[in-house]
Design a binder for this molecule. Sequence first.
Ligand code: HEC
Length: 153
Amino acid sequence: MVMRYLVVAAAVAACMGGAAPAGGQSGDTDYPLFTADNLDEAMKGVGRQFSLLTRMVDAGDFEEAKVRVTRAREQLAPTIVFWRKNAREDAIGMVRAATRSLDDLDAELSELAIDPAAVGEALATVDAACQACHATYREPDPAAAEAFRLKRW
Ligand code: HEC
């Protein structure tokens, strides 16, 4: 399937793009590759795609939903660099689990005869995978309503 290869290529490209010179974070002595700011930016993108994805699934527009899954994956996968850099083994596992859950959802959306119930289940699994990490590593940002920040360990 051509799409699969495009996804991988795009993820690699996004990963390279992630080396943008951000302000860096306190405690970072090495080069500023995938800083907390990069993570914040990536998460905002993943969140945008995820809410569009949910809306498309609700509307039964599975073709467009599949496009959103691809975009969400492209933006989520490179965030593993942040957790590797900070040696957070549990978070690395959670990025992998969330990425895998997006792949499973992609597979459901690629069926010839799409089963809406199976799609719904796969979507709920993605949501659970996102929340698993948020429960540990995300907290409300006291500086802004309805915003989040990295919870330090
Ligand atoms: C391995 C950990 C991890 C996984 C997996 C993860 N996130 Fe996040 N997410 C974070 C952290 C940490 C933050 C807070 C960073 C920040 O916003 O500065 C965050 C923030 C967010 C935000 C708020 C951004 C903002 O500041 O407004 C959204 C939306 C979001 N994530 C969506 C998702 C979705 C959707 C998934 C699953 C497809 C997901 N995340 C998976 C760790 C994770």
